[in-house]
Design a protein around this ligand. Sequence first.
Ligand code: FES
Length: 111
Amino acid sequence: MKNKKTPIEDNFKFAIEENQLQANSMKLVRVEGTPVLLIKQGGQIFAIDNRFPHMGCGFSGGTLDGFTVICPCHDWRFSLQTGEYENEKAFKLVFYRFKISDGKIFVEINS
Ligand code: FES
């Protein structure tokens, strides 16, 4: 009989060591080829798709202002808490689920 895989083995792929993500900062990683922007702010970690929902600019070239991520291309401001663009709620960040295990961050990437 085969061993059952854990959820981490099934869906969550290694991204980085947790201690590589500094407080109040963003770090771009590729998880299974997908650009994921990891953010640590206010003691929380967020994992978002690096590709902007507007015209595809990468958030990683932007800035972090508290719980707001600002796109480098047209300065659109997105809330990490709601995911919404401040002027048009239809535009939203794409969040990835993640887990932390043994000091490592694993991001769920659906193929
Ligand atoms: S591409 Fe980011 S705001 Fe336009």
